[in-house]
Ligand binder design. Structure first.
Ligand SMILES: [Zn+2]
Ligand SMILES: [Zn+2]
Length: 346
């Protein structure tokens, strides 16, 4: 089978690999239909994060179940599924509390290689999310939207849940990448009435408005804070979704909230330390982390895609086949695509 592999920073190639096999009774083998490139894949692609040469890559896909282990009963061969990047077991304390992205029984090696023709999926019984019917029952746009439910849409939703966005909230969204745009969709889905997208790129501003943003602020840093204060009559917003992860962005996010606001963050912080006194003096809350993908897909997101309430697949502004995986990465690296989709099989 063919799969994308990391060679060295800036280079991915498609190699002929051995078929993955079931390693545990809780595994499933998935034939990948569509996969995607994540903003976090750019960390190793750019050489910022270390990665072993010749390792398979990718962690976002939809596909068809080919084979299941003896302890998997919720899905069967032939089922159409979302393969989340998280692999919640469904029964540990974290999973039961709704934090399946922090499952206490995670298995090393059971969550990579989604950008390939086949993939071994750990904790398949609970973590996979079944989509009704078959891929041929859906439009291309719909299939793209399903792919976002493997990570990016659920991650944006986690920012909104963490920040406690609710009906009537005023929300600021930091970041106009695919996660930030998914944050805008999520804020709207949770009933926010005012959504301020912080974006300086015209194409992304346009998509943010389409997804529900009511205002756009192109400024950054102190200027951005000033602008948001003007828009909220000096009060600040009820909730901030921090979808960038840089020190400056987190710092700005904290200043945008009204007293008592919560900043929900979902991007790996660039710097481990921060000035927590900035939180104290205005009662600002800061929470967030790895998204609970399976939980959100089951509770809200799959249904919202199926009934047409949300169309997160629009973040895929370029499509590629597996043989053009290098172009898919280059497009995101050079920001000529918001997010790259890889069509692998029908
Ligand atoms: Zn991802
Ligand atoms: Zn678990």
């Amino acid at each position: 089978m063919k799969a994308a592999v990391f060679i060295e920073p800036g280079t991915v190639e498609v190699h002929e690999m051995d078929m993955p096999t079931l390693q545990k009774p809780t595994d499933a083998l998935i034939r990948v239909v569509r996969a995607s490139v994540c903003g976090s894949d750019l960390w190793w692609f750019r050489g910022i994060a270390q990665r072993t040469s010749n390792s398979t890559v990718g962690h976002e896909a939809i596909g068809i179940v080919e084979e299941v282990g003896s302890e998997v009963s919720s899905v069967k061969p032939g089922d159409f599924v979302i393969a989340p990047f998280t692999h919640g077991c469904g029964h540990c304390a974290a999973c039961r509390a709704g934090f399946d992205g922090n499952c206490l029984n995670q298995e090393p090696g059971g969550n990579g290689g989604y950008q390939g023709e086949y993939l071994r999926f750990a904790h398949a019984d609970w973590a996979l999310v079944k989509i009704p019917g078959q891929p041929s029952d859906y439009s291309d746009d719909m299939l793209d939207s399903f792919v976002t439910l493997a990570d990016v849409m659920a991650t944006g939703y986690h920012a909104a849940v963490s920040a406690e966005v609710s009906a009537g909230s005023t929300v600021a969204v930091m970041g106009d990448g695919a996660v930030g745009l998914s944050g805008v969709i999520s804020a709207k889905l949770r009933g926010a009435t005012r959504i301020i997208a912080m974006s300086r790129h015209e194409d992304r501003q346009k998509l943010a408005r389409e997804f529900g943003a009511t205002d756009v602020v192109a400024e950054r840093g102190d200027e951005a804070v000033k602008k948001v204060m003007e828009l909220t009559e000096g009060a600040g917003v009820d909730a901030v979704l921090e979808c960038v992860g840089t020190e400056q962005s987190v710092d700005t996010a904290v200043q945008l909230g009204r007293p008592g606001a919560i900043v929900g963050r979902v991007c790996v912080p660039q710097k481990p330390e921060m000035n927590t006194n900035n939180l104290f003096w205005r009662n600002i809350g800061l929470r967030g982390g790895v998204a609970s993908v399976t939980t959100y897909d089951r509770q809200v997101l799959l249904e919202a895609v199926l009934d047409g309430t949300i169309q997160p697949g629009k973040v895929f502004t370029k499509h590629f086949d597996l043989d053009h995986i290098q172009d898919a990465y280059d497009a995101m690296d050079q920001r000529t695509a918001i997010k790259s989709l890889i069509e692998i099989s029908k």
